[in-house]
Ligand binder design. Sequence first.
Ligand code: NAD
Length: 515
Amino acid sequence: MTTVETTAAPSPETAPVRVIPHWIDGAEHPSTSGRTAPVYNPATGQVTAQVALADQAELDAAIASARAGFETWSGFSIAKRQAVMFAFRELLNARKRELAGIITSEHGKVVSDAMGEILRGQEVVELATGFPHLIKGAYSENVSTGIDVYSTKQPLGVVGIISPFNFPAMVPMWFFPIAIATGNAVVLKPSEKDPSAALWLAALWKEAGLPDGVFTVLQGDKLAVDGLLESPVVQSISFVGSTPIAQYIYETASKHGKRVQALGGAKNHMLVLPDADLDLVADQAVNAGYGAAGERCMAISVVLAVEPVADELIGKIQDRIAKLRIGNGAGVDGVEPDMGPLITGIHRAKVSEYVDIAEQDGAKIVVDGRFQVDGAEDGFFFGPTLIDDIPTTSRAYTEEIFGPVLSVVRVQSYDEGLDLINSGQFGNGTAIFTNDGGAARRFQNEVHVGMIGINVPIPVPVAYHSFGGWKKSLFGDAKAYGVHGFDFFTREKAITSRWLDPASHGGINLGFPQN
Ligand code: NAD
């Protein structure tokens, strides 16, 4: 039986009531819209704050401030911009524990996992400090007699970032370090479910010396998002979230002439060949299936077990689940549990419904997480769930659940497993577990997925490679960070130059220029 750890919830009378503001013009900007949404501590189920939801006037103020910020910032020399980037990196590195606490209090993930997401975001900050090398452009001398061609990379202007709840620090950091380093001004619209991390990061930029208006946080919902998509001032949109919204963002922003990065949902499969080390597989399936309560776009949600290994593997996963501790991610009596709650009560109900669907469709629920946590009934906890023999026609198999639910499908061969992965609607991440190098090589070549792990369950690329899936996990072709990120946040100019001396003047010639 899974161990469950609890803490007493604060009473509603003592819970603080505050409205989480925007960050505009280098300072907190209280909202006057009169619109708010509740922010919860998912471990207690209590409302800890309200977040402002922008109206048109606040949207206009944010964009106007960013426009002015861009004018200032894009005039800074490369050396001065680099100094600010290094200062931000140092402050973030020194103070990341504060940020981890904020993430846990609004998202629910355990503090060490919150630290993990910050470190992965910090990688992109570190990459971005080296931006001068990546925006150098190119020079070709004497392409024709006396003529040189060279290219420069310039910032876009005001750029919009719209982020999901599940990585309130890391996902914005996939984009804004590169956007800012290359001279743009950012308007970030964080998830309304955990909006405080963005404000903390904004204050850190201020401390690092970033001019006012270069990093703006606009709290809000669809109204703020649509305003960014439609504004003629905003030059690009970087979005991460669920597939239907990613598609909407891609289509709407494109229609308004913007560049778009639009990353969507996932259903990541782990293919286990019979020669794999099953203890390694069981450890990794549990880590990647239940870490952050399954609320990761790179979580493993399906194990494809090539027979005859399924029974043994399921037994090993069950043993490990029994030892997992669930509780308040901030710790219980100074001890950190393995897994925290889900983000909201509504999401918990949705995850539960998917387990009901699997059961109705004939799957076997081997470990059932549909239980209440004694003493924390109001928290949004959902236990690790293991499902066997899930029909591949079930919605619980074909759709993204985004909770701590791991399903096993028994297949007879590598080819049967590969076909299942390739026929799915998503193509974010996948993994193969085997000791057969030839099979692994075939898999990396044949699978229709953007990010592949070989004996690695969550293959999130490092900052200098780019992140992005295939199919309904990414719309368009612009990936996050790495070289794609630098290309996305800059516009190239190609200059053809000739310095004439009177003797080489060719006179009038209406023909097409030739070399
Ligand atoms: P979401 O799509 O509900 O919300 C994402 C953002 O879009 C939020 O800022 C939200 O305010 C905004 N939004 C929501 N509905 C909108 C609407 N109708 N119109 C305009 N804007 C809207 O996603 P979420 O629940 O916050 O995050 C979880 C999802 O994100 C999962 O599907 C997960 O797979 C995905 N995700 C993908 C990646 C990736 O890299 N591919 C990474 C992290 C999360």
